[in-house]
Write a protein that binds this ligand. Structure first.
Ligand SMILES: [Zn+2]
Length: 90
């Protein structure tokens, strides 16, 4: 699989580190139910078939974090953009 880094261009996926789902948001640690929310945040993940938003770091390149939209059934990369400057994780 190849990933298009906006800075470096198309690169092999082995140059990247996969963080995971880009759609989850870190819970508020001050919330009354914070332990349960953090459990879900850390351990419960969807396993979607089809387009999915993921976080990848170009660790062997420019070291930037990318938000990558990828079809999990075909590995087609639909979009890739820098996370920095785009606001909250989606
Ligand atoms: Zn890069």
């Amino acid at each position: 699989m190849r990933i298009p880094c906006p800075y470096c261009g198309w690169r092999d996926a082995q140059e990247f580190a996969y963080l995971g789902d880009a759609t989850v948001e870190r819970p508020d640690p001050a919330a009354a139910d914070a332990p349960a929310r953090f459990h879900d945040y850390v351990y419960l993940r969807e396993n979607p078939a089809g387009p999915h938003s993921e976080l990848w770091r170009h660790s062997a390149g420019c070291r930037q974090w990318l938000a990558v939209r990828r079809d999990t059934t075909t590995h087609e990369i639909i979009a890739a953009e820098f996370v920095r400057g785009r606001g909250a994780r989606r």
